[in-house]
Design a protein around this ligand. Structure first.
Ligand code: SAM
Length: 337
C-alpha cells in the first residue's frame, strides 16, 4: 500500500496515488434551516450520544494534521448550532503554523454575527456563507424558515472582523436562476467571492431535484453575455473552475460535479459527526473512525485511515435523471458540504 502503516506520520496518499491534504469535518448534522434542495421538511437527526465528542474530533483532526493534512473546513449541518463548535475552532486553530495552513468554516450565516470576531481570534481568515437569494421572501421559501436579514448581518460582521467571505449559491432552475447576475454584481460591490453550485443528488427531499437542476455551463454562457469573465488559474483540488470578474477582486467559482468533474485531482476526505470517514461525497463507502479510536486508540486510527485511503474511489457516482432515487442516500448535511 502506497501510504504504508503510517504510524510514523507518513503522508496521506490514496489508492489512486492522489495526495490528501484537506479534511472537511461535519461537526453536527443539525441545521436551523431546511433548504428545499438539501433536506426534507421533516428530518430525523442523530441522537446526541451518537456524535463524536469535541475531544475525539480534535484528536482525529490532529492525527490527520500530523500525517499531512494542511487545510481543515468545519461544516455540517450548521456548524455554529453545535454548542462547542467555537471551542473546537480554538483548539484546531492552535495547529495553524504547526502543520495546518488553513482553518475555514462553511456556514449558513444565521449565527455568524455572534461568532465572527471569535472565529478570527481562533485563526480563521476565510468563511463560506451560503446565500441562495438576497430577496427576503424568496430566501424564506428556499430555506422554509430563514430570515435573510440575519445572514446579511452575519456577512457584514464577518467582513468587519477581517474575514474574507465567499458566497455559496446553489443554482436552482425556477427558484433563483434569474438572481445570479445581480448576486455576482453585489458580490463584486461588497468585495466577496461567489461560488455557484450544481444541485447534487444527495438524500431524499420532498421534490425531484431534476426539476431544479441547472447545468452551470448554461449559467456561465449567460453570465458572459453581461460580464467580462477571465479564466483564473486557482485550483482548490475540488470540483470547481474559477473565473475573475474583470476590473474587480471577485473570483467566480463554478462547482459542477455533474457536468464537469475534477476527481483526478481530488485532495479531500470528509469526517461525519458520527465518526465515519467518507472518501468521496458522491459514494456510499465509509470507514468507522469512531470505533477505531475508541477501541484501539491512535494506532487503530492510523490503520483505519490507511484502509480508507486505499479505498478512495477514482471518481464519484453522481447521476441525475427524472424519477430516479438520489445517487447517494445520505444528505449533504450528514457528510458535510
Ligand atoms: N450549514 C452550512 C451552510 O449552509 O453552508 C454548511 C452545510 S451545507 C450542507 C454546505 C453547502 O452545501 C451549502 O452551500 C448548501 O447550499 C450546499 N448543499 C446542500 N445540499 C446540497 C445539494 N443537494 N446539492 C448541492 N449543494 C448542496
Amino acid at each position: 500500500m502506497a501510504c504504508g502503516s503510517a504510524q510514523n506520520g507518513k503522508s496521506l496518499i490514496d489508492g489512486q496515488g492522489r495526495p490528501i491534504s484537506y479534511l472537511r469535518i461535519s461537526v453536527t448534522d443539525r441545521c436551523d434551516l431546511r433548504c428545499r434542495y438539501c433536506m426534507a421538511e421533516q428530518m430525523t437527526f442523530l441522537p446526541r450520544e451518537a456524535l463524536l465528542s469535541l475531544e475525539e474530533i480534535a484528536l482525529i483532526a490532529e492525527r490527520f494534521i500530523a500525517r499531512g493534512v494542511r487545510k481543515i473546513r468545519l461544516t455540517g449541518g450548521e456548524p455554529l448550532v453545535r454548542r462547542d463548535a467555537m471551542d473546537l475552532a480554538r483548539r484546531l486553530g492552535r495547529s495553524l503554523g504547526h502543520g495546518l495552513d488553513e482553518l475555514t468554516l462553511t456556514t449558513n450565516g444565521t449565527r455568524l454575527a455572534d461568532h465572527a470576531a471569535a472565529l478570527f481570534d481562533a485563526g480563521v481568515r476565510r468563511v463560506n456563507v451560503s446565500l441562495d437569494s438576497r430577496d427576503p421572501d424568496r430566501f424564506r421559501f428556499i430555506t422554509r424558515v430563514g430570515d435573510v436579514s440575519k445572514v446579511l448581518a452575519g456577512i457584514d460582521a464577518a467582513r468587519d472582523a477581517g474575514l474574507a467571505v465567499k458566497i455559496n449559491m446553489v443554482a436552482l432552475k425556477g427558484l433563483n436562476a434569474d438572481e445570479i447576475p445581480s448576486m455576482l454584481a453585489w458580490c463584486a460591490a461588497e468585495g466577496h467571492d461567489l461560488s455557484l453550485i450544481e444541485t447534487m443528488p444527495l438524500g431524499r427531499i420532498d421534490e425531484d431535484r431534476v426539476d431544479r437542476f441547472l447545468p452551470l455551463s448554461e449559467v456561465l454562457a449567460s453570465l458572459r453575455e453581461r460580464f467580462t469573465l477571465e479564466r483564473d488559474p486557482h485550483n482548490s483540488g475540488g470540483p470547481a473552475r474559477y473565473w475573475r470578474l474583470a476590473g474587480t477582486a471577485t473570483r467566480l467559482g463554478l462547482i459542477s460535479p455533474l457536468t464537469d468533474n475534477f476527481c483526478a485531482t481530488c485532495n479531500r476526505v470528509r469526517l461525519t459527526t458520527e465518526g465515519q470517514l467518507f472518501m468521496c461525497l458522491g459514494n456510499e463507502q465509509s470507514v468507522d473512525l469512531k470505533s477505531a479510536i475508541r477501541e484501539g486508540g491512535l494506532a487503530a486510527l492510523d490503520d483505519a485511515i490507511d484502509s480508507a485511503l486505499f479505498r478512495k474511489p477514482a471518481a464519484h457516482d453522481f447521476r441525475i435523471a427524472p424519477g430516479t432515487a438520489p445517487t447517494v442516500s445520505r444528505h449533504m448535511s450528514v457528510t458535510g458540504g
